[in-house]
Design a binder for this molecule. Sequence first.
Ligand code: AOS
Ligand code: ZN
Ligand code: ZN
Length: 430
Amino acid sequence: MSSQLIDRSVIDAHNARLQRDLDSDYAHLGEQLARRGVDIETVRAQVAAFGVAIPSWGVGTGGTRFARFPGQGEPRHVFDKLQDCGVIQQLARATPTVSLHIPWDKCSDWAELRQTATAYGLAFDAMNSNTFSDQKGQAHSYKYGSLTHSDAATRAQAVAHNLECIEIGQKLGSKALTVWVGDGSNFPGQQHFRRAFDRYLDSSAQIYAGLPADWRMFLEHKIAEPAFYSTVIQDWGSSYLAASALGPKAQCLVDLGHHAPNVNIELIVARLIAAGKLAGFHFNDSKYGDDDLDAGSVSPYRLFLVFNELVAAAHEGVPFEPAYMLDQSHNVTDPIESLMTSAVQVLRTYAQALLVDRHALDAAQDGNDAMTATHLLKQGFQTDVTPILQRVRLDAGGAIDPVGAYRASGYRQRVGAERPAAAGGGGGIV
Ligand code: AOS
Ligand code: ZN
Ligand code: ZN
């Protein structure tokens, strides 16, 4: 099985060429940080302990509402997807878990899937249900909604599907269920807002009742799409109301692309942390809407400001345990390259946020010194932490330059020959 992944000798040869430069860059950065009172080894250990999950659907080409242009060697089923995730983890060492989507990732032997994951050094993150599209042979259509549908039998079917996702997740060692529903309306007057929300609460309470004791339920809000006039769980307000009504195991998941333009997402994150309701994140980037561009590719400072809230809360000892996942749609890149790059970007941003002098920031805030406060954030954001990231990968057995090593390995060409062109799992809605 491991022969399917990247050969150790390819990674070693690649690292051997880069290690001298890394050593000198790392030493130099260590000196710079020491002058600021920051111990590079402490930062390195924190970054090494950080992981972000890969969505199984991310390793296929996403596509849009208009078209999907499959790439070479697209994964044909969940085992292929897992193999690609194994490569991402092998080289970038930042993504120890995979998040599955049911029914896209259904298979006939969950025990075998779990064993395969373990062999690749992977475990399973949150399970994702799908009641936003109809599956073959399904009795009731989700055209007019799922958990909030006006018809009780359709709601019951959607509840049963979520309970099945929990059941599968238990076989895989998952500990959370993420529920995103696109339910809503396309015309003013089409839907009774309060009744639809009540139906959501009623249906999700039935799912919540099926959660094992050590599981959490992540409610993912999204402002619009596929419903373009109104969405039932459209923002963190509705999500928070629902999570509060359900109970302590229900929390609010923040997908960075799911807000109105210019919304202050880091402020939402701070509110959810304060309320004990932050489930975690779907990282991606956007320019216009739920674009699902690669994390930090357009607005890296916005991502930094989110991490600044997380690091501040951790520094202050606030109890919280966010789940981190990428949720991107790759249309013009090799998904493996995008996912490695985005995982590294997430770690980079975390490292930058760790560099902020929290005590100096507290003092600047208390003293109303806006210029110093904002300078302290910029100082962290503008630090090139690349040597720390490279070192963390090298120490964990990964590649100093994951994309370079991946290209040198010829993995894509190899799976291109092994996997005949197929439609691929996972659609254009991410
Ligand atoms: C949809 O816009 C969301 O981002 C969800 O997370 C969705 O379930 C996932 O992207 C799979 O389509
Ligand atoms: Zn998402
Ligand atoms: Zn989305």
